[in-house]
Design a protein around this ligand. Structure first.
Ligand SMILES: Nc1ncnc2c1ncn2[C@@H]1O[C@H](COP(=O)(O)OP(=O)(O)O)[C@@H](O)[C@H]1O
Ligand SMILES: [Mg+2]
Length: 599
């Protein structure tokens, strides 16, 4: 049931109000390989008109300034007051690349340490997405090398065995922000916005001046294409510095390499931690990490099979906004309202569509494009009032309870492990699944706060813990109910690790750097329910363990006195030594029967 949205509809669904700017899809690109570009500008003719208007405004402003004698003012004179015309001369379009160059913190490039992690993360997430979508078991190599003569410069190279990228697409994928194949669809994937890898390249270019180097091959009988690409940030367009065919020993896959200003560090929030946790959440991937300090790491494949592939879905009408509904009505390929509702949305049967039209007082056979604003509003309300099935859930691929426990077992030596995968739920019309897992005891530090590992669509989230709904939910659960210590406003303490995975066709990240999940009430509720179930299970484990320890204590107490009872009886009743041994054995047997084996 793969339904492709036409790009204009999809922009409205996918954009969901993010960014605040009206994004316009370029349809001719949409048809090419299903990839679309979202431009924050308009058509060529409109741009030319804009330019002409700007030049006119500049001339008018210059004339005004001359008339006012501003041009001859002394250095010390206060700046002249702006006029509408002089301001008009300065008003112009801002390219998305320029915007993110100034706001690179929004993309996760706020400091050199984080920049290294973000760059690796964007490339690895792309490789995993590409392999999963092509049903290939991922084989990924991450290589970080220090650049000679610099302390704060590194070369990062990420290679995969994925499907490769067709030649014509390489420049735009790596040299243009907001260009990708995942934005205009509702399907669970690691990337969403089409910003990731080009932003990493742009940061590299900004801090080192070096281009991105890409080599990609789509099959054994195809040549490997090598590109060196810069981003023209003023235009948000790729600049091709080199484009050639090259011999490459790899049969199929992509390798992307770039230089960037960065800081290499191990430990928390590092590339190591990201790769380690990625391996836990993606046991079907093999990852090799060649670090600049020579301490290479390998994360072998833990599962033979790739996880089931999530399906792409249409939007559910419960989550749609009025403007988006009007857009669908204007642009649908269906000839009547009833058909539009049942074909452009998920879970609207023709019967439900007729019911919705009846309720809204709209002719079901009417042309969708003729629906006036008022009628659209009635239709919108009727949709919300009509009972519809929840969105389909085969669009989600949770990690699964078994794999979650296996992942924790691989990383942490504990006494108890448990995991919960909740049934799918819906926020703003988007289906999602929450999973939680918990490890307790063993070698986990007993006198520290519990650790919380967060994942969204199998990607570890290492920053902005405090603003994430997962963290908020962990704090809101009353862990004392489950015999786990917790101070006010803090996570539970004790020898425990908590993992939470949020899987959805659209993850509501709080920013483009995709580090924290927004606190929609439905999301928080689901996470808390999953955590509470883990809490109940750990509480059962802890009570049982307490009982066992108590039993153990009593047993050892009795065991200590059994030989003395034997001696006492022999002395009082004058038993032979053999009889005493028999009595000791009998008493031990009774103890074993009543209180379990004696150690
Ligand atoms: N290693 C890769 N193999 C195949 N395709 C890739 C690879 N990296 C990126 N792509 C393609 O380039 C697009 C843009 O990537 P990116 O800028 O990271 O945005 P996003 O991942 O959010 O779509 C992806 O949607 C995908 O189609
Ligand atoms: Mg990406």
């Amino acid at each position: 049931m793969v339904i492709k949205l036409n790009p204009e509809q999809a922009v409205l669904f996918g954009a969901g109000g993010r960014g605040g700017k009206a994004a316009v899809a370029e349809p001719e690109e949409a048809s090419r390989k299903g990839r679309t570009v979202i431009r924050l500008s308009t058509t060529k003719a409109e741009r030319q008109q804009e330019k002409a208007e700007q030049a006119k405004a500049e001339r008018a402003a210059a004339r005004e300034a001359k008339a006012a004698g501003n041009g001859k003012g002394s250095k010390k004179a206060p700046p002249a007051a702006e006029t509408a015309q002089s301001m008009a001369a300065k008003q112009r379009e801002i390219s998305v690349s320029e915007f993110f160059t100034k706001n690179r913190h929004l993309l996760g490039f706020d400091n050199p340490r984080k920049a290294l992690l973000t760059a690796v993360k964007e490339a690895v997430d792309n490789s995993l997405d590409a392999c999963d979508e092509s049903h290939i078991l991922p084989d990924i190599t991450v290589e970080i090398r220090a650049v000679e003569g610099y302390e704060d410069r590194f070369t990062v190279a990420i290679a995969d065995n994925g499907p490769g990228i067709v030649k014509q697409q390489i420049p735009r994928i790596f040299g243009k922000l907001l260009y990708g194949s995942k934005f205009h669809r509702l399907r669970q994937s690691r990337g969403q916005q089409g910003i990731g890898i080009s932003a990493a390249g742009m940061y590299g270019q900004l801090t080192t001046g070096k281009p991105m180097r890409i080599i990609s091959r789509t099959g054994k009988d195809k040549p490997a294409h090598y590109f060196e690409i810069h981003i023209d940030t003023a235009k948000n367009e790729p600049q091709i510095l080199k484009d050639e065919e090259k011999p490459w020993e790899v049969e199929r896959g992509t390798r992307v390499e770039f230089e960037l200003e960065a800081k290499f560090q191990r430990g928390r929030q590092s590339v190591d931690e990201y790769l380690q946790q990625t391996a836990v959440a993606n046991p079907h991937a093999k990852i090799v990490y060649k670090a600049p300090d020579g301490q290479d790491m390998e994360f072998p494949r833990g599962a033979k099979d790739a996880p089931p592939q999530p399906r792409e879905i249409k939007p559910h009408p419960y989550g749609i906004e009025l403007g988006a509904l009007m857009h669908v009505l204007r642009t649908t390929r269906s000839r009547n309202v009833c058909g539009c509702l049942s074909q452009d949305f998920s879970r609207v049967s023709p019967q439900s569509a007729r019911k919705i039209c009846e309720r809204a007082g709209i002719e079901p056979k009417g042309r969708p494009s003729r629906i006036a604003a008022q009628e659209a509003e009635r239709l919108y309300r009727a949709i919300q009032e009509t009972k519809l099935m929840n969105p389909p859930t085969d669009c989600l691929a949770p990690i699964g309870e078994e794999a979650l426990v296996a992942g924790l077992q691989k990383e942490f030596k504990a006494d108890f492990y448990t995991a919960v995968t909740r049934s799918p739920a819906v926020y703003r019309g988007n289906p999602f699944v929450v999973e939680a897992a918990l490890a307790w005891g063993g070698e986990l530090p007993a006198d520290e706060l519990g650790r919380v590992l967060r994942f969204a669509n199998r990607v570890p989230l290492l920053y902005q813990q405090g603003s994430c709904s997962i963290w908020e939910s962990v704090l809101e659960v009353d862990w004392k109910n489950y015999h786990v210590e917790q101070s006010r406003g803090a996570p539970p303490s004790g020898p425990l690790v908590i993992t939470v995975h949020f899987a959805s066709v659209w993850v509501p990240f709080t920013s483009e750097s995709k580090e924290a999940i927004a606190s929609y009430p439905e999301v928080v509720k689901e996470i808390k329910l999953a955590l509470q179930e883990c809490g109940r299970r750990v509480s059962v484990f802890l009570s049982r363990r307490r009982r066992e320890l108590e039993e153990e204590r009593k047993k050892s107490y009795i065991t200590k006195y059994i030989p003395h009872i034997g001696i006492g009886l022999r002395e009082i009743l004058g038993f032979p030594e053999k009889e005493e041994q028999k009595i000791v054995k009998q008493l031990t047997n009774i103890l074993e029967k009543t209180r379990g084996g004696v150690e």
